[in-house]
Design a protein around this ligand. Structure first.
Ligand code: GTP
Ligand code: MG
Length: 153
């Protein structure tokens, strides 16, 4: 089982797309193990996008990612990182295939709606930037099993 860090970015929030994006990820079978709405600070942006801080587009990226609230999500599932990246589509919405989140909802390279960790090393680094251990549930599989097995629910 693998975990990944997803952000629903400020452009998606402004466009009221958070629920639809989350629904797609849940419909696929990925389990929610962490979820909150929050404001990314410039400091957190620099940590999150450490690999991009020195690039020419970084100031614009920081301005964008701190421009409004995001939904931070930790998802769990088999190959959750690759599965989520596949559902996101390519970085540039114009190049993303129909059926992907970026392909279906966007036309922009920067305002691309969603972030997803791109490797196990990235998810190991990114999840603690957004969630403390106490904010993540152990596993949703046990909860579902217990719920459906109960006689008096
Ligand atoms: P993330 O999941 O957000 O990391 O996107 P990604 O992995 O598909 O792309 P990448 O890590 O290369 O870039 C991070 C983010 O920076 C992108 O999602 C865009 O929002 C933005 N970005 C990437 N390349 C450019 C660029 O050339 N110009 C501008 N303005 N923004 C860019
Ligand atoms: Mg990236």
């Amino acid at each position: 089982m693998q975990r990944t860090l997803v952000l629903i970015k400020p452009d998606a929030m402004k466009r009221r797309l958070a629920g639809r994006i989350l629904t797609r990820l849940e419909d696929k079978g990925l389990a929610l193990v962490g979820l909150k709405i929050m404001q990314v600070t410039p400091d957190l942006a620099k940590q999150h996008y450490a690999e991009h801080v020195a690039k020419p587009f970084y100031p614009e990226l920081e301005e964008f990612i701190t421009s409004g609230p995001v939904v931070a999500i930790c998802l769990e599932g088999p190959e959750a990182i690759t599965v989520t990246r596949g559902m996101m589509g390519k970085t540039n919405g114009r190049e993303s295939a129909p059926g992907t989140i970026r392909g279906d909802f966007g036309m922009s390279r920067q305002l691309n709606l969603i972030h997803g960790s791109d490797s196990p090393e990235a998810s190991d680094r990114e999840i603690p930037l957004y969630f403390s251990d106490e904010e993540l549930v152990g596993s949703t599989d046990g909860m579902v099993g217990t719920f459906f097995a109960g006689d008096e629910v």
